[in-house]
Design a protein around this ligand. Structure first.
Ligand code: ZN
Length: 143
């Protein structure tokens, strides 16, 4: 694994996804699919009074899609919907090759470690899937 192009955070979240389970008291659920790789996920959120109290996902896919979903769930849990949308915008910008400020990098925390994916065109949609599904779940429910 010494020559892996993937970061330690990615490998770790893929191997041990803390947020991969079927959230029982979810308020929202949304399916996301990345046909180019075959990644599929169902994202579930428990939103209460504009705050994402819980985020979890189920499904299957490549290491990048799974790790990105787990890292995202860690990041948005406890955040307001507004902040989660801002973080999603930062992440998607980064994956599309936009330069991050130091503050952005700090705000994205472990998610910023997926920055190298922006230079792997075949994996970009994999990394984006969870975040696009997050935007979808919020749009669909008027959050
Ligand atoms: Zn994938």
């Amino acid at each position: 694994m010494g020559n892996s192009i993937y970061s330690a955070a990615l490998m770790d979240h893929n191997a041990h996804p803390d947020n991969k389970y079927d959230l029982q008291d979810a308020t929202y659920s949304h399916d996301g699919i990345n046909p180019s790789c075959g990644d599929e996920m169902t994202l579930k959120l428990k939103v209460n009074d504009g705050v994402i109290e819980k985020a979890a996902f189920t499904g299957h896919g490549c290491a990048v899609s799974q790790a990105s979903a787990d890292i995202m769930a860690d990041l948005i849990e406890g955040e307001t919907v507004e902040e989660a949308r801002r973080l999603s915008g930062l992440f998607l910008g980064m994956i599309q090759g936009k330069e991050l400020s130091d503050q952005d990098r700090e705000d994205l925390d472990e998610a910023a470690e997926l920055e190298s994916i922006s230079r792997m065109p075949a994996r970009v949609k994999c990394a984006e899937l969870a975040w696009r599904t997050l935007d979808g779940i919020l749009d669909e429910n008027g959050e």
